[in-house]
Ligand binder design. Sequence first.
Ligand SMILES: *[C@@H]1O[C@H](CO)[C@@H](O)[C@H](O)[C@H]1NC(C)=O
Ligand SMILES: *[C@@H]1O[C@H](CO)[C@@H](O)[C@H](O)[C@H]1NC(C)=O
Ligand SMILES: *[C@@H]1O[C@H](CO)[C@@H](O)[C@H](O)[C@H]1NC(C)=O
Ligand SMILES: *[C@@H]1O[C@H](CO)[C@@H](O)[C@H](O)[C@H]1NC(C)=O
Ligand SMILES: *[C@@H]1O[C@H](CO)[C@@H](O)[C@H](O)[C@H]1NC(C)=O
Ligand SMILES: *[C@@H]1O[C@H](CO)[C@@H](O)[C@H](O)[C@H]1NC(C)=O
Ligand SMILES: *[C@@H]1O[C@H](CO)[C@@H](O)[C@H](O)[C@H]1NC(C)=O
Ligand SMILES: *[C@@H]1O[C@H](CO)[C@@H](O)[C@H](O)[C@H]1NC(C)=O
Ligand SMILES: *[C@@H]1O[C@H](CO)[C@@H](O)[C@H](O)[C@H]1NC(C)=O
Ligand SMILES: *[C@@H]1O[C@H](CO)[C@@H](O)[C@H](O)[C@H]1NC(C)=O
Length: 493
Amino acid sequence: MMVETSMLGRFHHQRLDFKRCVPAFITSHKTLFMILWIAAFLSVFIWQRNMVVGGILFFGRVAARPIPMMRPVAFNLTDFGGVGDGVTLNTEAFERAVSAISKFGNKGGGQLNVPPGRWLTAPFNLTSHITLFLAQDSVILAIDDEKYWPLMPPLPSYGYGRERPGPRYGSLIHGQNLKDVVITGHNGTINGQGQAWWKKFRQKRLNYTRGPLVQIMWSSDIVITNITLRDSPFWTLHPYDCKNITIKGVTILAPIIDAPNTDGIDPDSCEDMLIEDCYISVGDDAIAIKSGWDQYGIAYGRPSMNIMIRNLVVRSMVSAGISIGSEMSGGVSNITVENLRVWDSRRGVRIKTAPGRGGYVRQITYRNITFENVRVGIVMKTDYNEHPDDGYDPTALPDIRDISFTSIYGHGVRVPVRIHGSEEIPVRNVTFREMSVGLTYKKKHIFQCAFVHGRVIGTIFPSPCENLDRYNEQGQLVKHSMSQNVTDIDYDF
Ligand SMILES: *[C@@H]1O[C@H](CO)[C@@H](O)[C@H](O)[C@H]1NC(C)=O
Ligand SMILES: *[C@@H]1O[C@H](CO)[C@@H](O)[C@H](O)[C@H]1NC(C)=O
Ligand SMILES: *[C@@H]1O[C@H](CO)[C@@H](O)[C@H](O)[C@H]1NC(C)=O
Ligand SMILES: *[C@@H]1O[C@H](CO)[C@@H](O)[C@H](O)[C@H]1NC(C)=O
Ligand SMILES: *[C@@H]1O[C@H](CO)[C@@H](O)[C@H](O)[C@H]1NC(C)=O
Ligand SMILES: *[C@@H]1O[C@H](CO)[C@@H](O)[C@H](O)[C@H]1NC(C)=O
Ligand SMILES: *[C@@H]1O[C@H](CO)[C@@H](O)[C@H](O)[C@H]1NC(C)=O
Ligand SMILES: *[C@@H]1O[C@H](CO)[C@@H](O)[C@H](O)[C@H]1NC(C)=O
Ligand SMILES: *[C@@H]1O[C@H](CO)[C@@H](O)[C@H](O)[C@H]1NC(C)=O
Ligand SMILES: *[C@@H]1O[C@H](CO)[C@@H](O)[C@H](O)[C@H]1NC(C)=O
């Protein structure tokens, strides 16, 4: 039932014994020659089998990749009656396993290994000090009948389920008020089987907001690495009001069209977060940093801050690579996005907000960003008028400032820049430095601005809008803009 660490000790002893035996066994050159010959034959044999099946076969048995021990105790889902046939419901097996691990909280926690197989389940909750380890070829499959999905109260900073008033469906893998949670593996998969949900959503047959695939709330010290998340019913990975989160080496997939609201990662009122080395291709924003919605978000008042996003490749045909907002009422600050490639997408990086949001977006740094076949590269939109209800305060105006773009590249871009500030919500202190983006068409309206205050340092391509001040490479003012409020925005282009 349980693999104790002492097992590892025993294993080492066996290896030592084996080594001692070897010299005694090889007594003659003849034996040695024979062993080498057999070894050579076997390697060719194994190599050939590898070519055929792509796995490591040894005497006809698959030698599974050994699963590392990351906690003092480890359990196997099968110990709790799990059946990985894609048909049997494993909800109770997961619940029993989590409950067993919850007893080891003060002893360093426990690990739940999910072996290769297709493990169908309804939503279940995690516990603190757990490592959920998805072996290679293991798939946790979400049951797609909403009867099995519990309803939960709306998020306090949204006031509503995001798409329907009242409660909302919980997430497939859920956690709240936890500490020290790891979800990792040898690239096993959590599959939300979202197709049925997307269809019902389009047909308006759902009475409640759809559930995310993984949602961790009010928690800290979260690590999510080396797994694949796919086909979420709604947002894929939603850390809500959490602190100290690392997401690394994660692949997130959903169809690029007709998979509504399948955002990749939604850091929401989160602090101290690192997202790196991920590939995300989904039906909405690859990443959308948020912090609550209008009056509910203002009242909750928890910003998203200190977030580093780097070394990502992302694709979003219907939305954007990296978004901030539109729900940002608790504020968003100190975000760095670097070494990002956005390909075959509608928009590259975007900040969206509206009157009524309140809050702020500031200290945002974009560095070394490449757009490949993207309609609009850099987007800021200040009239994203989607409100929870009529109770929002139209005089709650967000403050958007201190945003810098350095080393922006690309090709096949239609509109490299569209910064649409307004009289109520001007965009302040934007800096461009080193930019060279290849265009689809060389026409007017390629660097679109309205109510933007800021500067360009050195020469950039395409040449900037007249709203921005010009500085030389040495940082000396060359030309002060007299027309920060001039509007040249063209959505038809
Ligand atoms: C889990 O149990 C199954 C069935 O007994 C076994 O095939 C598998 O190797 C075990 N996996 C681990 C990681 O212990
Ligand atoms: C998970 O825990 C939360 C909080 O206790 C609860 O509301 C929710 O129903 C639980 N989900 C499941 C699937 O048990
Ligand atoms: C993990 O699996 C996904 C989906 O099959 C694949 O696209 C990705 O390349 C894999 N990642 C690694 C590191 O093998
Ligand atoms: C939604 O509500 C209607 C009316 O109350 C009900 O007939 C229907 O079964 C509900 N649908 C779902 C998916 O819960
Ligand atoms: C953040 O979480 C990681 C993983 O649990 C942990 O090792 C680290 O100590 C935490 N950092 C802080 C500052 O608490
Ligand atoms: C993730 O996978 C990489 C490559 O296989 C490995 O080097 C790394 O140790 C793994 N990281 C974690 C945290 O599991
Ligand atoms: C800004 O965020 C980074 C993480 O990306 C962090 O290391 C740094 O300390 C933060 N800066 C401030 C002033 O908090
Ligand atoms: C810029 O980002 C790309 C990935 O998009 C990376 O290959 C390259 O090394 C980065 N350049 C620098 C100078 O970090
Ligand atoms: C403008 O923004 C930059 C960061 O992009 C910051 O370093 C600078 O202090 C800001 N300037 C003012 C006047 O606030
Ligand atoms: C530009 O608009 C801002 C408000 O967004 C205003 O404060 C400022 O005076 C305007 N500048 C000019 C030159 O009209």
